[in-house]
Design a binder for this molecule. Sequence first.
Ligand SMILES: *Cc1c(COP(=O)(O)O)cnc(C)c1O
Length: 376
Amino acid sequence: MIVDDESIALRPTTAWVDLGALRANVAAIRQRVGPRQIMGIVKANAYGHGLVRTSQELLAAGVDGLGVAFLEEGILLRRSGVTAPILVLGGIIGNQVVHFLEHDLQITASSPFKLQQIEEAAAALGKRAQIHLKLDTGMERIGVHWDGAAKLFEAAVSAQHCDLVGVFSHLASSDAADRSYTRLQLERFLEALDWFRQRSLPCPPRHLANSGAILQHPDTWFEMVRPGITLYGLYPTPEVERSVPLRPVLSLESRVVYFKVVREGSSVSYDSTWTAQQDTRVVTVPVGYGDGYSRRLSGQAQVLIGGQRHPVIGRITMDALMVDIGKSSAYNADPVVLIGAQGEDRIGVEEVAGWLQTNVYEVLTSINTRVPRRYR
Ligand SMILES: *Cc1c(COP(=O)(O)O)cnc(C)c1O
């Protein structure tokens, strides 16, 4: 992201983004949700895929708007010329409101107090604020509790400088095999929104469904859905219903920078945690935890070289890792796949997440800005 073209050419490590797969995933989600609006979630550098380029491609592929976590992500998109609706999903601090208004970013109003701050800033600037009301139906992150939303609704419908463009909540377990908590959250959401029906007021566009809910809870789709991880071709959990066909978008590749024979009895890397039981061929790959390839993968990970799996041995260092290729041959500059396919084999983000005992989201968003993103 921060690396120019020339240095990309000099750096053998690349996070490749498959734009065809990205478009196919948008089409598959579109096929599933029909006429509902799609807000493509691009927080955290578009889940590691590169915020600006990925956002442009998503919009070209037909998403209706974008969602980010933080104000600065929205500002970066506006500065890059993105004109589509952008909602900042996270909580706000009062003095940020002027920046939202200046950059035409939609604001999450998560309490009556914050709504008042938005109203005052909009009045002072003579601008209209576009707001989405945030209800908490069981996540306990931000938002007013579903059973105490009346004050927020009253403030919103009487605000003079705000356009009420959405009302939403976030699901905590939509990707779980057990569907009961999502049902409870849906009931609470509907119960809160009854406030509008009782007063014969138009309800603003409702949105509740993240990827898990798109995959297995059609009754949560309402007027708009908010997919994140499925855009990038991954299922949020291993157990979620795979009702939409997806293609993984990101692969992480590097090249061999060094080849040697490690003699029997010699140990590899910091702390000498791995020792050769016999003479073996070892290559060095210029990727480390300083790129977001976790040190906790030491002794667990495998990579693909020459279409075959080989184990990462010894401690992963900040800038490099070593791979035992046994009796196979490899040469300097040979391609190494850390995530993705090579030959007949593939190492999925899911597999890396399994080694780390974390989710696919963390693996993707850990790949940091030192790794250039390239699009194909
Ligand atoms: C991150 C996020 C999403 C997208 O979640 P996925 O599981 O990646 O689909 C949707 N809504 C909100 C409020 C979020 O924070």
